[in-house]
Design a protein around this ligand. Structure first.
Ligand code: F6R
Length: 663
C-alpha cells in the first residue's frame, strides 16, 4: 500500500486535490486511526497555508534592485530570519542571499550594480532547515539556471528529492523549496518551455505554495503560481510587480490581480497571460483596485504590530494546533517529541525554565501538568536557575525551556546546564532553527509566525496552547482518561472563536483604558491558573505604558500589599467562575472596603462581580485550565490602549529589546 501511494505521489497525471482525496479515502477505509490522523495533519496543511515568508518580483523598465529591496522591507513583518534576491543583468542571473534581515541583504548588495530590470526576492521565516544563506530563497538548481522563491510547504519533498537524486541531481540546502528548482530544471531539459516546466513540476507537488520562478535560459519571463498561499500581480505603468502581500505592491500601483488556486501567470515585459495549471485554458481575470492606506501597509490595517498580533491570536492558535489536536480521540500529536516519547513515559519530574512572559506561561504549565498529567513540576526563572545548582536527576527528570526567540541567554544556559548534568532537555520555541531549538534534544515549535512587537502577546497564548497539548500528550501516556483528553481537546478547539469574541470588545476596553490613563499605580491579582495572568497583565502594562504595576496571588493581599490600597490605586482582579472564584470575591470585598477601584475580568453572565467592581470585562466560559488563554487578552488590550492614549512607542518600548541574547 505504501508503495502504491508513493507511486501515486510521483505520478505525473494526478492533480493535487483529487489525488489528495483519493489517498484520504484509501487510508480512512484501510488503516488504523493513527494513520488517519497523520493524514488529517496533511489535509489541514493542504487547505491552510502558513502565511509566513514574503515574495516579491518585478519585470519592466525600471531597475529591479530598489523595487525588490523596498518590497522586501514592506514584507519583513512576515519573516525576517533570512532574505535573498536574484536579478537578471542581461548576461547572467546574480544571486545574493543572507541570514538575517532585509537590511543585511541591502548591505550585501550595496556595492553591486545589479543593473537588470527583472528579478525575484524573498524574506524567509524558516520552516524546513535553519535560517542561513544556504537555506534562504531564491533556491536554484545545480546549473544555476532556475531560480525559485516559495511560500508554503512542499509536503512530499522527500520522495521527490529521492527520485531527483536517483536522476543525478545534487542538493545544496535543507529546504523543501530546492526540490522545485530541480524539478523545473528537469522538465526544461526535457524540452518544455519555462511555463510548462513549472506547471509540470507543480503538478507533482503536494502541499501549499505561492511561487515565483525565473530562469537564465528564458530571462524575460516570470512564472507565478499559487495553491493555498496568496500571490498578487500589480499592474503599474511599464512595470509589473508580483508579491505575496499587497503591501509590496501598493507603493507602485493599486491595480491588482489576485491569483486563485490552480492558476499560473506567465508574465513578460509586454503583459501577462493567466492559464489553468492542468489544461492550459486561458483565464480572464478582473483587475481590482485596492483601497488601502499605503502608509499603514506594513502593519496591514493596524496602527501597531502589537495590536495586529493581539488580533491575530485566533489564527495563531489555529496554527499552533494544526495537525496536533484531535478532539475526537482526545489525543495530542506532537511530532517533535516522537523521538523521546518512550523516555517521557517514564519521567517523574519536570523543571520548566524560562524568562519574562515565557516564564509566566511556564507557571501556568505547572498547574496544568500537575493537575492533569500528575507529574510534579518546578518552574524556574532562567537567570536564577543557572546559578542555583538545581538538583537534577538524569534518570527521572526533564528540563523544559520555553522561549519565543530561542535565543534568550539565560534560558539557553538552562539547556546547557541540563546537558551538563545528563538530563533530557526539551523546548517550546517559536523561531525555527534558533539556538535553543538546536541545542535541546527535542521539542515543539509554536508555529505562531513572526512576533515583531517587543511585548509578547500572540506567542504567549501559543505557549499556553502548546503546554495544554503537552498536558494531553503526557497525561494520556499516564492516567488521563479518554473522556478527559477529549474534553480538553474540544475546549482547546473552541478557543479561537472565543478569543475573537473578546477582541470584539476592543472599543469598550479602549474607553476603559482612557479613563484609567491618569492613574500611576496598578495592582493585578488572580488565583491558581490566573495568578500568573496577574503578573503577566502587570508586566504588559509596565513595559509599554511605563506605569507602576504589581501583580501577585490574591491570597497574598492580606500579607502586606493591602496597605497600599486607596482610591488612587486601582486593582485588576482576574476572577473567572472557577474553583477559586469565591476566594477572589472575598479579596474584592477587602479592596472595596478600602475604597480601592476594581476592574474585573469575569465570566460571561456573572452578575455578582458587577456589583463589586467599577468596571467589568467579560470572557467566554471555558475549562478552568484554559481560562488564562482568554483572560490575558483583555489585559493585553487594556495595556495597548492605555499606551496609545499616552502616545508612547508601543512596538519599541524604551530600554528593552525583543530578544535578550546577553545576560
Ligand atoms: C515581555 C517579553 C519578555 C520575553 C522574555 C523572554 O512581553 O516579551 O518578557 O518573554 O524576554 O523572551 P523569549 O521568549 O524570546 O525567550
Amino acid at each position: 500500500m505504501v508503495f502504491y501511494i508513493v507511486n501515486l505521489i510521483l505520478s505525473p497525471h494526478v492533480e493535487n486535490t483529487k489525488f489528495y482525496l483519493i489517498i484520504k479515502i484509501i487510508f480512512v477505509s484501510n488503516f488504523p486511526s493513527i494513520f488517519i490522523h497523520s493524514l488529517d495533519i496533511s489535509l489541514a496543511l493542504h487547505y491552510n497555508a502558513f502565511i509566513m515568508c514574503g515574495i516579491v518580483g518585478c519585470i519592466g523598465t525600471k531597475k529591479a534592485k530598489p523595487i525588490l529591496l523596498d518590497g522586501l522591507r514592506r514584507l519583513e513583518y512576515r519573516g525576517y530570519d533570512s532574505a535573498g534576491l536574484a536579478v537578471w543583468d542581461g548576461q547572467t542571473v546574480n544571486l545574493a542571499k543572507t541570514k538575517g534581515r532585509v537590511a543585511d541583504l541591502a548591505e550585501l548588495v550595496r556595492e553591486q550594480a545589479l543593473a537588470g530590470t527583472v528579478g525575484i526576492a524573498h524574506t524567509r521565516w524558516a520552516t524546513h532547515g535553519e535560517p542561513s544563506a544556504k537555506n534562504a530563497h531564491p533556491q536554484t538548481d545545480e546549473d544555476k539556471n532556475v531560480f525559485v522563491v516559495h511560500n508554503g510547504i512542499v509536503e512530499n519533498y522527500k520522495p521527490l528529492k529521492q527520485k531527483l537524486e536517483q536522476l543525478g541531481h545534487c542538493f545544496q540546502s535543507e529546504t523543501d523549496t530546492e526540490v522545485l528548482a530541480h524539478l523545473v530544471e528537469h522538465f526544461l531539459k526535457q524540452g518544455a518551455d519555462l511555463e510548462h516546466a513549472v506547471k509540470q513540476a507543480l503538478r507533482r507537488v503536494r502541499g501549499t505554495y505561492a511561487v515565483l520562478v525565473m530562469a537564465a535560459s528564458e530571462p524575460d519571463t516570470l512564472i507565478a503560481a499559487r495553491f493555498s498561499s496568496p500571490l498578487r500581480i500589480g499592474m503599474a505603468d511599464g512595470q509589473i510587480i508580483v508579491a505575496s502581500d499587497p503591501s509590496a505592491i501598493l507603493s507602485h500601483t493599486t491595480q491588482v490581480i489576485t491569483l486563485s488556486d490552480g492558476e499560473v501567470a506567465t508574465i513578460n515585459r509586454g503583459g501577462y497571460t493567466i492559464t489553468n495549471i492542468t489544461n492550459d485554458e486561458v483565464i480572464n481575470k478582473d483587475v481590482d483596485a485596492i483601497e488601502w492606506d499605503v502608509s499603514a501597509i506594513n502593519k496591514g490595517a493596524f496602527e501597531h504590530f502589537m495590536l495586529k498580533e493581539i488580533f491575530e491570536q485566533p489564527e495563531t492558535l489555529q496554527n499552533s494546533f494544526r495537525g496536533r489536536l484531535d478532539p475526537e480521540s482526545g489525543l495530542a500529536v506532537l511530532g517533535g517529541l516522537e523521538s523521546v516519547a518512550e523516555q517521557l513515559r517514564r519521567i517523574k519530574r519536570i523543571h520548566i525554565v524560562a524568562c519574562g512572559t515565557a516564564y509566566h506561561a511556564g507557571l501556568i504549565g505547572e498547574y496544568m501538568l500537575e493537575e492533569y498529567a500528575g507529574i510534579p513540576v518546578e518552574v524556574g526563572i532562567g537567570s536564577e536557575f543557572r546559578y542555583r545548582n538545581a538538583v537534577l536527576d538524569p534518570e527521572n527528570d526533564v528540563v523544559l525551556v520555553i522561549s519565543q526567540s530561542g535565543e534568550t541567554a539565560d534560558t539557553l544556559a538552562a539547556v546547557r546546564e541540563a546537558k551538563e548534568k545528563g538530563v533530557l532537555s526539551l523546548g517550546i520555541v517559536n523561531v525555527v532553527g534558533s539556538t535553543i531549538a538546536q541545542e535541546t534534544k527535542a521539542g515543539v515549535y509554536n508555529h505562531a509566525g513572526p512576533e515583531i512587537g517587543v511585548a509578547s502577546t500572540k506567542v504567549f497564548v501559543s505557549q499556553l496552547a502548546v503546554l495544554a497539548l503537552l498536558t494531553i500528550f503526557l497525561g494520556r501516556q499516564r492516567q488521563m482518561s479518554l473522556v478527559v483528553g477529549k474534553r480538553i481537546a474540544q475546549a482547546l478547539a473552541a478557543l479561537p472563536e472565543q478569543i475573537q469574541a473578546i477582541l470584539n470588545q476592543s472599543e469598550a476596553i479602549k474607553k476603559m483604558a482612557r479613563a484609567y490613563s491618569g492613574y500611576k499605580d496598578f495592582f493585578y491579582l488572580g488565583r491558581k491558573y490566573n495568578f500568573p495572568i496577574a503578573i503577566e497583565g502587570a508586566l504588559k502594562l509596565k513595559e509599554i505604558t511605563y506605569r507602576h504595576a504589581e501583580g501577585g496571588p490574591s491570597g497574598e493581599l492580606k500579607h502586606g500589599p493591602l496597605a497600599m490600597i486607596d482610591e488612587s490605586f486601582p486593582t485588576v482582579f482576574i476572577c473567572p467562575q472557577d474553583s477559586v472564584y469565591d476566594k477572589n470575591v472575598s479579596n474584592m470585598e477587602e479592596v472595596r472596603a478600602r475604597h480601592g477601584r476594581i476592574i474585573a475580568v469575569a465570566t460571561e453572565g456573572n452578575g455578582e462581580v458587577k456589583s463589586l467592581a467599577q468596571d467589568v470585562i467579560y470572557i467566554p466560559k471555558t475549562l478552568e485550565m484554559l481560562t488564562p488563554i482568554l483572560s490575558v487578552v483583555p489585559l493585553q488590550l487594556f495595556a495597548y490602549h492605555m499606551a496609545r492614549e499616552l502616545g508612547l512607542d508601543i512596538d519599541k518600548p524604551r530600554n528593552i529589546a525583543k530578544s535578550a541574547t546577553v545576560e
